[in-house]
Design a protein around this ligand. Sequence first.
Ligand SMILES: Nc1ncnc2c1ncn2[C@@H]1O[C@H](COP(=O)(O)OP(=O)(O)OP(=O)(O)O)[C@@H](O)[C@H]1O
Length: 592
Amino acid sequence: MLLGKHFRKYYLKYSLFFLLGASVLIVVDWYQLDIPRLVGGIIDTLNSTNPDVDAVEAAIIRIAVLAGIITVGRFIWRYTIFGASRRIEYQLRNTMFGHATKLSQSFYNQEKVGGLMAHFINDLEAVRMSYGPGILMLIDGLTLGIFAVYRMARLNPRLTFYAAVPMVILTILLVFIRRTISARFKERQESFEKLSDFTQENFSGITVIKAFVREMKEAMFFSRRNLDLYDKHIKFIKFIIIINIAVGVALNVVILFIVVLGSLLVINRDATGMTAGQLTEYLSYFFALIWPTMALSQFIQIHSQAKGSAQRIAKFLDHEIDVRDHEDVEYVEDLKGSIQVKDLTFKYPDGDSPVLKNVSFDINAGEMVGILGRTGSGKSSLVDLLLKIYNLDHNRIFIDGHDIMRLSVKSVRNTIGYVPQDNFLFSETIIDNIGFSMEHPTEEDVIESAKLADVYDNVMEFKEKFGTILGERGVTVSGGQKQRISIARALAKNPEILILDDSVSAVDTKTEEAIIKNLHRIRKGKTTIFIAHRISTVRKMDKIILFDQGEVVAIGNHAQLMKTSPLYQDMVKRQTLENLVQGGAVNEGLQG
Ligand SMILES: Nc1ncnc2c1ncn2[C@@H]1O[C@H](COP(=O)(O)OP(=O)(O)OP(=O)(O)O)[C@@H](O)[C@H]1O
């Protein structure tokens, strides 16, 4: 039985189910063993010189009634015990998913998705087996075993003693090899986890694999991992098969022993008092004892596997939610959207050196701000901190004068609309994607946002229009369409602060201009932050914050930066040249 803190509570929660199931199981086991007694009685009656037909008839009717009771009982214990195990699995899965969604970005930076999936599939199944078949086999094995031994001992204590010794030795041996089973199962699970990680990553990166003609190489790597899983599986199964064979052989030896010794007792019936009917009854009890032995050995296997899996699930559930609300946080509903960053230095939990160094700037509520910088200069890291994805020191970032470390995660994130750099979309309809922040979005709700993000016409060209399913289960959209659907999703939330992280890089300059123009119009009075590499994206912003190597090197509007910042001037020159070289339309006002 699983007794860890994440698992023991379910025994109490479903105690009624387990108690009812166990009681019925015990009753069924008791009555089940009445049948050999009745059969033995019938044989002895028929063997007698003057058989009592009425007694035989009564015994047969009793057997039929018992069979009926046993059938109903089996249904009840299956329903209660297996039903409880399925309910526990359902709740545990919900708990695990809930925990997974609360874990911080740092966790996902370290863990691979394939491995996590193994917790949700294999480990959960092993744990369910422990609550269902595991508990059943433990109770059934013990009660049927005790009842059978009791009835055997009543018939012939000496024979029972001889028969019981090898069974006890066998059970003790099984208890000892439990650890080895657990270790081999764990090895198999870990190998499965690696294969799962590898497969998941390959499917996600299939385009890269094809582009680099790496199919054969990847298939070879897959085959290696698959072989490892096969080896671990065979190693585990071999062990289980050897145990099962050993248990079977031991039982057959004991049966042979009972038949030989029992026959001798029946032959010397006058001295021993053992009849043929009693020997049949005795053998039936012993056959009934085979199942408990098997059941207990199965229980040990199931439990050993579940223990390994439960440890892995517990490790996952115990993983600390490092970004969470402490007691002193407050929930502030109507934040207006001014941002103040004061002397912010930040190093990733697994990083070597700070990626943001002494960063300070102010953004007034309602301002349209561009955060510009070369790749790797720390722009996205700053967004992660604004969104409270990582913990930081107190009094470094303020929204409307509130230190964000003293604001609840919910109030910060409810205030911010975010268009992530990778523009992740769900494999759902366009309505559900754009209306992600709404309870039950309708087409009317999302049309306006789609128009503002300049993606409406594209959507109307799809066969199912806004009902089109995206991604794996539906149509593949272009990078630019993805970006604009992602922008529409953030606009539909109508947040006080909108952050677009490199969100117009995949659209042409004309579309970019249209989107920016729309934003200027609809975001009046609300803060909008554009993170960009391209000068054209930020040129018309109220304020541009220029980042370089994790530091703020200049702040001002385009005209001011053209006068004061050599880095900005250099970027403008370089991008103008790039446009010329690419033969693209040179943005006329770029230098003005
Ligand atoms: N999770 C992380 N753990 C450790 N270091 C990270 C992590 N994410 C980013 N970094 C590092 O932080 C630095 C800044 O990265 P960041 O993504 O913030 O830059 P950026 O200016 O947004 O770049 P780009 O414009 O290319 O998106 C980089 O050196 C990067 O390697």
